[in-house]
Ligand binder design. Sequence first.
Ligand code: ATP
Length: 234
Amino acid sequence: MLKVENLSVHYGMIQAVKDVSFEVNKGEIVSLIGANGAGKTTILKSLSGLVKPSSGSMTFNNDDLTKKSAPAIVKSGLVQVPEGRHIFAGMTVMENLELGGFIHNNNDDKKEILEYIFETFPVLKERLKQDAATLSGGEQQMLAMGRALMTKPDLLLLDEPSMGLAPIFIREIFNIIERINKQGTTILLIEQNANMALKLSDRGYVLETGQVVLKGSGKELLESEEVQKAYLGG
Ligand code: ATP
C-alpha cells in the first residue's frame, strides 16, 4: 500500500532523514519508533506533502506522492493526525468533525461515517456542542482521530497519539487504534511509547538520527536486546 524508498529530507543544512526505506501493507499496523529528533515526524510530514524530500521515492497505492499536493494526498486516502492534535479552538466538537468531512458531498455518506465515529468514540457524542478547546487531552486526541476518520482514510498516520496522556487514557487510545484497524483502516504509528506501540504492531522500524537501524515484527523488536536497552529500560 505504502512504499518509501531511500527517503532523505533536509532542513537547510541539517539532514533530518537519511536514506530511509520502509513499507506498510494493507491491513497492517506498522510503528516507527525512536527517540526525540530521530526524524519520525519529518517522515510523516513528507508523506502528507507538508515537507518536500530532497531525494527518494514514496508511493501510495502505486501513486507517486512526491507529485501530489497535500489536499490531493488526503483525497487519495492517506490522512495524518498531527502531533499535538491541532483541534480548532473556539469551534464545537461537531464543527471540528464536520471540517474533517468536507471531502464528502453526499449527506448520507456523512451521516454513516458520523455514526461510525460515535460508536468508536462515544464520549464525542456526549460533547458535540462543547468548545473543542475545553476537552481533556485524551478527548482531544479522540476528536483529532475522529476528524481524520471523517475522510474515510485507507491509511491513517498517527503522530504520537499517547503524548501527554495519563496511563488510563493511553490504554484507551491504543485499544481504539486496534479497533479502527480491525474495521479496515491500515495504520502507520509513530510513538515514543515503544512498549505499547510494538505490542499492537504487526511490524516496526527503529529510527536513530534519521536512519532505520532495526526492523522486524512487533514481537521481535520487543524482545530485541537493543530495543530493550534503548527504549524499554531493560
Ligand atoms: P520528536 O519525537 O521529538 O517529535 P522526531 O523523531 O519526530 O522527534 P523530527 O521532528 O522529525 O523528529 O526532527 C528531526 C530533526 O529535524 C531534528 O533534529 C529537528 O530539530 C529537525 N527539524 C525538524 N523540523 C525542523 C524545521 N522546521 N527546521 C529545521 N529543523 C527541523
